[in-house]
Design a protein around this ligand. Sequence first.
Ligand code: 13P
Length: 341
Amino acid sequence: MSEDSAHIAARMVTPGKGLLAADESTGTIGKRFKKLGIECTEQTRLAYREMLFTSPDLEKYISGVILFDETIRQRASDGRPIPELLAEKGIIPGIKVDKGLVDLPFFPGERFTQGLDGLADRLDEYRRMGARFAKWRAVIAIGEGTPTSQCLRANADALARYAGLCQVHGLVPIVEPEVLMDGAHDIKTCRWATEAALHEVFDALVRYRIVFKDMILKPNMVLSGTDCPRRAPPDEVADMTVACLRRTVPAAVAGIAFLSGGQSDTTASANLNAINVKAQTMKTPWTLTFSFSRALQASPMAIWLGRPENTAAAQQALIRRARFNGAAGLGQYDPETEHAA
Ligand code: 13P
């Protein structure tokens, strides 16, 4: 008998564990490889991701991995399909199912996520390949007069329609409305935009009859814009983020797993930790963990560089970040340990 969705969702947010987002599109991973001089081919992408997934003890800190379409179809060097390799370690395989962003006509600077056509068939195929959860990312930009209510509404409706299809086809949906860090805005503006985005998303999820206990929310942390002269410290990020979630997210949601969104790996850990410390004092009803791509992968990728002799050191770097973020998910991360040998 296959495991039910509520159980999968609960396992995804097991306290002390989080998700590794390794679902970069070919273009995105290509850009990251290029900066480090790593050749980007189907083989190098597989070698890199196999290096990540075979890291010893990964399952201690990572409950699930989000794969890209190319990777879920690939086999590890021992011949095992990648989803099987993960499942045998006790890590739940997941899959990114959106098809990326297009400009929203008549709304300069705003975008809309595509991929609903044919999604039901793709979900069935991914489930047969071993995926047990899915991810869809909507992107909300802060700028002059944005986000608009039209952009928020269009993206929220698409997220809700995606989530419903996932639930009917036996996959746990990760619902990801990402308010981008880009811009000179202050943290209060990010809080306003994040609250507006989450309000719209949960309104749509209610209208489309989504089962909250069988879904995971993947939000941004509430942060100062990248070009804002004042960087809000972790305590303030935590206050604003927890306040925003308490005002918008129903208690029945199975769990919350933050994206890192371009924060440095140490900043993301410090902010996740502060959020959990705050959440404990406020007695919030959800597990608050991580679903990071860049904040988990930056250091192992920079060590690996496509060279097999760097595998062990790169894997250690991944485990180190996964362990720190696992601790941050419990409010037990100590930044001092970053400097320890
Ligand atoms: P980052 O943690 O790099 O923001 O990526 C998470 C993700 O999966 C974005 O969709």
